[in-house]
Structures are given as structure tokens and as C-alpha cells.
Design a protein. Structure first.
Length: 85
């Protein structure tokens, strides 16, 4: 039993994948439409950008404070054997 793929949608229009020629272009167009139309996507992107910038600033401030307190932020970690008693 085989299933035929419809060349047109129910309202008579051609499928987007058939119009653009490549299935990758159709898939990218579909994903872009989904990303633009889903409201929560933009909230997730905004929170991710904020967390990245805040985390980078926090890491930079920590390195700066360590350097000002005489701790070399580029120094290698001590060997594990120095932690044993």
C-alpha cells in the first residue's frame, strides 16, 4: 500500500516545498514562521540574552575583584595532591 503526497493543499494552492524547489528551503521557511509567530520564543530569547550578558558581567567583575585583591586570575589551579591531608 502506498501513500501519494498531495501536490496541492485543500484550498487548491501549491505546497510551499513545491514552490521553492528545495525541501530545505521549505523547512527553513516553516521554522522561521514558527519562531516568529510563537510568542514564548521571544521571551526565551530575551531571557537567554539577559542571562548571558549578566553572567558575563558577573564573571568579569569577579576576575577584576580577584586581580585587585592580589589573586592572579590567570594562575593555574593547585595540584589535587595539595588538598589531601
Amino acid at each position: 500500500m502506498s501513500t501519494a503526497i498531495a501536490d496541492h493543499t485543500r484550498d487548491g494552492h501549491e505546497r510551499a516545498a513545491d514552490r521553492v524547489g528545495s525541501p530545505w528551503v521549505g523547512a527553513i521557511a516553516f521554522e522561521w514562521t514558527k519562531l516568529v509567530s510563537v510568542r514564548s520564543t521571544w521571551w526565551i530569547v530575551a531571557v537567554s540574552v539577559f542571562a548571558t550578558l549578566f553572567g558575563s558581567g558577573l564573571l568579569g567583575a569577579s576576575a577584576l575583584a580577584s586581580g585587585r585583591n592580589g589573586l592572579d586570575s590567570a594562575a593555574p589551579a593547585p595540584p589535587i595532591s595539595s588538598f589531601r591531608r
